[in-house]
Each structure stands twice: as structure tokens, then as C-alpha cells.
Design a protein around this ligand. Sequence first.
Ligand code: HQG
Length: 188
Amino acid sequence: MHQSRLVKISKYLSYHLRHQPEKLGLTLDVGGWVPVEMLLAAAAKDGFPISADELQAVVAKNDKKRFSFDETKGKIRANQGHSVAVDLQLAAVKPPEKLYHGTAASAVDSILKQGLQKMSRHHVHLSAEIAIAKKVGERHGRPVVFIVDAAAMDAQGYPFYRSDNGVWLVDKVPPEFLQLLQQLQQIT
Ligand code: HQG
């Protein structure tokens, strides 16, 4: 399948499986799952037909592994990033010492005052790699990266979760655990 078709399907799925399932007449179950057959039928009715093979390819090849099938392959969900109410039923796991959050330079003052907030999503998203955080920040403007003292947060009892695609999730990061990374331009 052509890369552009893959991206187009991924965006369509992200929108409906994270934010607006009702636009397709779908309801996600508590874990965020929806039956594959219902999804494909609803997409076709919506004028955006996706074949079963294309769906398989998107789940397998998506650059960030944004979607998963359940063990029966009968259901699909987005791995993270929801704004609708879902409980991904992730278990808390011990984080690495440092995690990273990329954002826009224009958000720095506010973040240093209020800490990182989850905004419209369910969690604050953190990365284990600086380069990934930088890319996330670039989506918002001139990028900056915060270093999160995950070890100190863990020691104080903040739970950390990791989505099936390796994104680290927390409820919030108070300012005392944040430090701006210097010399980001050297990171590629
Ligand atoms: C910012 C993508 C001002 C926060 C990525 C971010 C990620 C504050 C924005 C995933 C703030 C929310 C999530 C405060 C937080 N004051 N700004 N106190 N607290 N913010 O898109 O982390 O491609 O909801 O820094 O790869 O950018 O969709 O979060 O800039 O993993 O799969 O508020 O989305 O994945 O923006 O991105 P977002 P995010 P996908």
C-alpha cells in the first residue's frame, strides 16, 4: 500500500477511535475497543471504505503503532491519545530515571508556572527519547524539550503508565520536576 494511503487511513482512524466515534455511529467500549466489522461497515457508510487488508497493514506498519487489535483480532483500538472517556486498563510501571516532553517555546512560561497538564487528553504524554520529544514539540511551534525527573516523581508515588506503543503517560508533572533541556538544536 502506498505510504500516503496509510497515513490517510491512520488519520481517519485516529480521529474516530480517539475523539469522535459518534460521528460514525460507533460507541467505544470501556477499554476503547470497537468491533472491526462495525468499524469497516461504518467507514464504508461514511464514504471512506477501508478493506480488511488495509486495516491490517495500518495496524502493522503505522509509524507510531497507534492502533492494536485485541487477541482475537475481532476488535481494534487506539493505543493512546484519546479525548473521549476510555480506561485503557494499563498497569502502573516503574519509569526510567528521565523522561522527555516536547512542546512549543511559547508554552514554556505557563508550563513552568502550572506544570504539565493533560489539556484535552487523558494524560500528559512523555517520551523516553529526546529526538521523539523534539518531533512532538515541532507540531506546536518552535520546539523546546523539558527533562522530567521521573525517578523523583516515582519516589513520591506518582503512577506512570506506558501505552502499548511505548508512550509514557502521567496525570500531571508539577513544575519542580521539570527542567528545560539546553542545546536542543544538536538533537536530530
Ligand atoms: C501543552 C502525538 C501551557 C503541552 C504525539 C502540549 C504525542 C501546556 C499541549 C501525543 C501546559 C497539548 C500527545 C501548560 C501542557 N501550559 N501549555 N500548563 N501543559 N501544555 O497534542 O504531548 O501523532 O494534547 O506541552 O506524538 O503534544 O497523535 O499533547 O504542547 O505522543 O499519535 O499543551 O500526540 O501522537 O498538546 O502530544 P497535545 P502532546 P499522535
